[in-house]
Design a binder for this molecule. Structure first.
Ligand code: DQA
Length: 147
């Protein structure tokens, strides 16, 4: 089975973007670690990033039939996008929500997540390691035995 790992706006700048909040790992570092983790779980990985809300929605639509589930860090669209929430509801694929930072100890406008309303679950505050946890969570949700 293949998992779509989707990253939203500004996550292409990881490594140099507010390192005191998001750390020094780049998105390429996270992708490499996801591929290694997915290998151990017997999952294929399709890892993408877009700054565009519509592009993310198009990718969610296209995942139906090609991917078993989605790991999603929607960036700031998390807090604003009814459209991404609706896209997730429309495709009926399991989504695990990830955030590098603990959104609940940050500004109040980050406490609300439209993604959480339709996700299987949400992982936040563990930095890049959250993606590893999310891959285990999706494998478990899909009934794949984890080593
Ligand atoms: C983020 C948290 C969001 O509030 C923020 O807009 C991001 C990154 C995270 O991974 O911690 O872009 O999703």
């Amino acid at each position: 089975p293949s998992v779509l790992i989707l990253n939203g706006p500004n996550l292409n700048l990881l490594g140099t973007r507010q390192p005191e909040v998001y750390g020094r790992a780049t998105l390429a570092d996270i992708e490499r670690d996801c591929r290694a983790k997915a290998d151990t779980l017997g999952l294929a990985v399709d890892f993408r990033q877009s700054n565009g809300e519509g592009t993310l929605i198009d990718w969610i639509h296209a995942a139906r039939g090609t991917h078993a589930g989605i790991v999603l860090n929607a960036g700031a669209y998390t807090h604003t996008s009814i459209a991404i929430m609706d896209a997730i509801s429309s495709v009926e694929l399991p989504v695990i929500e990830v955030h590098l930072s603990n959104i609940h100890r940050r500004e109040p406008f980050r406490h609300q997540s439209y993604i959480s309303k339709v996700a299987v679950g949400m992982i936040c505050g563990f930095g890049p390691f959250g993606y590893q946890i999310a891959l285990e969570a999706i494998a478990n949700h899909l009934g794949i035995a984890t080593p």
